[in-house]
Design a protein around this ligand. Structure first.
Ligand code: OAD
Length: 242
């Protein structure tokens, strides 16, 4: 694995040559926008770890508690702006040379202008009907009364994937298509601790394609080139925009 002063130019050359790139992002890409990551200090709320809150069981036991956590995350994200890494990906996405898959639910890629985002873990900005599972886009930041769906008038839940739940089938299909044809993978700001998302890098690499990582910290992901730099610094340097 190359983690050296020449790593940025090596990464840039691979990305310039790529015609079917898969980009996988995690919470680290939004860190410089001010959104807390999960496995850092921001992973706790009212003394509970996110792993206790992001489960169907937690929601069934106390929907108000779980909704309040998600509403607070909405308010945090609302006050943040996309950073230079989100913007570089938005410019690259206009070239039509690959697929962006994100584990993030914050919507910052969309706000930066990337239209075709594969949302692997759902969206903070969608409510899902507890009856028919239809989702609606919302901008709500407070719920004095817990929300009910306009379709079935049933209680709604956040439109995100919780621990123990399946990845949305559309996201799985888009990911399989993207991975099957990929000639490189760029993984940005993820600890690689959560599957199946973490398996995307190995899946692309198994066909001989190069994997490039941007993360200031070491991770357990196996890659060919690692840039130990923050995303907002590294991504605009290495990703082509034309
Ligand atoms: P984590 O919080 O596990 O990891 C964030 C990663 O970002 C770490 O490896 C940091 O080193 C890195 N990082 C921090 N600052 C960075 C920066 N400025 N630039 C680049 N990288 C930086 O977040 P994820 O890997 O995204 O799932 O977590 C995966 C999933 O776990 C999330 O999608 C969420 C959570 O459970 C669901 O909600 C289903």
């Amino acid at each position: 694995m190359a983690d050296s002063p020449t790593a940025p130019s090596l990464a840039a050359a691979v990305l310039r040559a790529s015609r079917r790139l898969v980009i996988l992002t995690g919470a680290g890409i939004s860190a410089e926008s001010g959104v807390p990551t999960f496995r850092g200090a921001g992973g706790y709320w009212r003394n509970r770890s996110f792993m206790e809150l992001a489960t169907p069981e937690a929601f069934a036991a106390d929907p108000r508690l779980v909704w309040d956590w998600y509403l607070e995350r909405r308010r945090t994200v609302r006050a943040c702006e996309p950073n230079a890494a989100h913007r570089a990906i938005a410019a690259w996405s206009q070239l039509g040379r690959g697929t962006l898959i994100t584990q993030n639910v914050d919507g910052l890629h969309e706000r930066a202008g990337t239209s075709a985002v594969v949302r692997f873990h759902g969206s903070l900005w969608h409510n899902r009907c507890g009856e028919c599972r239809e989702e609606r886009l919302v901008a709500d930041l407070e719920y004095p009364e817990l929300p009910r769906s306009p379709c079935c008038h049933a209680p709604e839940r956040p439109g995100v994937v919780w621990f123990g739940e399946a990845i949305p089938s559309e996201a799985v299909k888009s990911t399989e298509l993207a991975v099957a044809g990929a000639d490189a993978v760029l993984v940005i700001g993820t600890s690689g601790a959560v599957y199946p998302a973490a398996g995307i890098v190995a899946a692309v690499r198994s066909s001989g394609a190069k994997a490039i990582e941007v993360n200031p910290e070491d991770t357990s992901l196996e890659v060919d080139v690692a840039l130990r730099m923050p995303a907002a610094e590294a991504v605009p340097r290495i990703l082509p925009s034309r």
